[in-house]
Design a protein. Structure first.
Length: 214
């Protein structure tokens, strides 16, 4: 398994091309599996289930069609993206189990910062309970997203965790088609975490979850 960390923003089309090449190389036995950690410039991606009406402000940011599952999502600086390219056949071939493992990976990673992330059967992604700063009422906000595609038995795309993105950029879409809940980040929850610290937690969590699954 190779880990790659980018220090500069990566354009979305460039990332897709690189992922597709790596998927082909993994399938052909020419490359190792890869977890690729990066950030994108501010943009929206539309998954295969995206509904046009969920793009609330088409002119706000660039929009790219994504081959992954899911609906509209935002990517930008301050959000750690982890693209995961693994040989699913070698790992049992169960895509639902793989997605569940991605969820567990996020939950395990957040837990290292004493943040309790939770699944919801009716909603994609990982969610946290919090108190609304204005009303004082309890609410649920999304802190991490998941979107996966499989080609020739190899996975790509992956997860994103909000460290400190510009939350205002989410106003241009209905994130993942869910309008009744909000978006949060580690910083928004009061946690001072660097990107390097998050990366270390991601690697520790990945090894714990996916080594157990092997």
């Amino acid at each position: 398994m190779e880990w790659r960390v980018e220090t500069a923003l990566v354009a979305y089309p460039d990332a897709v091309r690189e992922m597709e090449k790596r998927v082909a190389d993994i399938h052909g036995g020419r490359a190792d599996e890869l977890v690729w950690l990066l950030e994108h410039p501010p943009l929206y991606t539309a998954g295969t289930s995206a509904v046009e009406s969920d793009l609330l402000d088409p002119g706000l940011l660039p929009v790219f069609k994504a081959g992954r599952g899911g609906q509209y999502t935002y990517h930008g600086p301050g959000q750690r993206i982890a693209y995961v390219m693994v040989d699913l056949k070698r790992r049992g071939g169960d895509i639902r189990k793989f997605v569940a493992s991605l969820e567990e990976w996020i939950i395990t990673t957040l837990g290292q910062f004493e943040v309790i992330g939770e699944r919801r059967t009716s909603r994609v992604g990982i969610w946290v309970h919090r108190k609304d700063a204005k009303s004082g009422l309890k609410r649920e906000d999304k802190i991490a997203a998941i979107g996966v595609r499989v080609r020739r038995g190899v996975t790509y795309h992956g997860i994103s965790i909000n460290l400190d993105p510009d939350i205002n950029h989410y106003r241009g879409i209905v994130p993942c088609g869910i309008s009744e809940h909000g978006i949060t980040s580690l910083k928004d929850l009061g946690h001072k975490v660097s990107m390097a610290e998050l990366d270390r937690a991601l690697q520790t969590g990945f090894e714990a979850v996916f080594t157990r699954d092997d």
